[in-house]
Design a protein around this ligand. Structure first.
Ligand SMILES: Cc1cc2nc3c(=O)[nH]c(=O)nc-3n(C[C@H](O)[C@H](O)[C@H](O)COP(=O)(O)OP(=O)(O)OC[C@H]3O[C@@H](n4cnc5c(N)ncnc54)[C@H](O)[C@@H]3O)c2cc1C
Length: 356
């Protein structure tokens, strides 16, 4: 029996595998080989050089747009555990396997009354990718609760533990994104707190809790509010394929922002007041402009290209409306949006969704 097979027989290993249920766009694409491992040792023992190349690791495929069949090997973690490792009076440390559904981890934290993860409720995907992506929502980012990340370094298969400051976290960014394919996240160490610390000042969270005694809130109350807000404006991947926010919010200089205000004013209907352009002033003097507003201002909300559509409830999201949209249809809509925003506002939008 070839060594290859002996190593792999305890894992899921399927050739010419259909990845439709492993990407939230629901793209009907295939990979040459799919391997799902249950232990880190199985991953370490893979005959790397004998596997169809290239090799990529996925989570739930909720930030990916496969642009065609993948010719190589797709790896997926089924390492699933949630363990409490240190229960301090205030702080609690938890170690979580990379294959755990991120929202299951959040639900567990909320069930036991721990603060820190509740604003990240209902973000699709798995724990391994949360540390790669530095996921964020409602004023909280994964980096705020990550204490460390355990990885395998694929250059020598050594176990490497990174502390959070070593991971160069930024807006949907981390060191992992700049060392593509080198590290495989096997588990993440999270730091939560028992101390009452709700964050309610973003995206209508406070309004959703109106009438409640805010001093008596639990993490589960905040989680419920966030789930309600998200369900009202984001497509459920089980019902409508998407990868969430398709574009990053651009950051521009103040002078550039003033030019955009002028362009927006010049587009206002005669006699109407100039629209106010939503924005966030950043500490370094630059300005972050919501990509959703830019897209909406050019009339793209609800725009259709074949089976792909700009989601009516949130124009930052492109959905697989028909259920059978092709990557080309999605990318044509993407390019149309990028070029119209460039022409009108001189802003270069960058996709948040990773194209494979
Ligand atoms: C409806 C919807 C709403 C969303 N809302 C948000 C939101 O509010 N905030 C937000 O930040 N994101 C959001 N997203 C995007 C997405 O949920 C996140 O980017 C998520 O972290 C992706 O996780 P995943 O497991 O699906 O990873 P994938 O999409 O499968 O992979 C993402 C990247 O991580 C890498 N990766 C995956 N697992 C590992 C591993 N174990 N080791 C090393 N690399 C790995 C992959 O190679 C890839 O580069 C949303 C997506 C959808 C569909």
């Amino acid at each position: 029996m070839p060594r290859f097979f002996v190593y792999l027989c305890s894992m899921k290993r399927i050739e010419n595998y259909d990845l439709s249920s492993h990407n939230t766009f629901g793209m009907k694409i295939r990979c040459a080989l799919y391997i799902e491992y249950e232990t880190v040792e199985e991953l370490q023992n893979l005959p790397w050089k004998e596997l169809p190349q290239p090799i990529m690791h996925i989570g739930a495929g909720s930030n990916l747009l496969f642009t065609g069949d993948f010719p190589g090997t797709v790896l997926h973690s089924a390492v699933k555990y949630i363990k409490f490792v240190d229960m301090g009076l205030d702080e609690v440390l938890m170690t979580v396997g990379a294959g755990v559904v991120f929202d299951d981890f959040v639900a567990r934290c909320c069930e036991v009354g721990l603060w820190g993860a509740e604003n990240l409720s209902l973000i699709p995907g798995e724990v391994g990718a949360s540390a790669v992506q530095n996921i964020g929502a409602y004023g909280v980012e994964a980096k705020d609760i990550i204490a460390g990340v355990v990885c395998l370094d694929t250059t020598d298969w050594s176990k490497t533990i990174f502390k959070t400051p070593e991971l160069a976290y930024g807006y949907r960014d981390s060191m992992f994104k700049h060392a593509k394919g080198r590290y495989i996240v096997t588990s993440v160490l999270f730091r939560l707190t028992r101390k009452y610390s709700p964050k309610l000042d973003y995206g209508g969270v406070r309004a959703a809790l109106e009438g409640r005694d805010l001093t008596a809130l639990t993490p589960a109350d905040v989680r419920d509010a966030i789930i309600g807000i998200r369900r009202a404006k984001l497509p459920d991947p089980a019902e409508k394929g998407s990868a969430g926010s398709f574009f990053k919010n651009p950051v521009i200089s103040r002078e550039h922002f003033e030019r955009i205000e002028a362009v927006a004013a010049s587009h206002a209907a005669a006699g109407s007041p100039a629209p106010s352009v939503p924005h966030f002033d950043l500490p370094d003097g630059t300005v972050k402009v919501p990509a959703a507003w830019l897209i909406d201002s050019l009339g793209f909300r609800g725009a259709v290209n074949g089976g792909a559509k700009v989601y009516e409830k949130q124009p930052l999201v492109i959905v697989n409306e028909s259920g059978s949209a092709t990557p080309e249809e999605i990318m044509a809509l993407e390019q149309d949006i990028i070029s119209k925003i460039r022409e009108t506002y001189g802003i270069e939008l960058h996709p948040e969704v990773e194209h494979i």
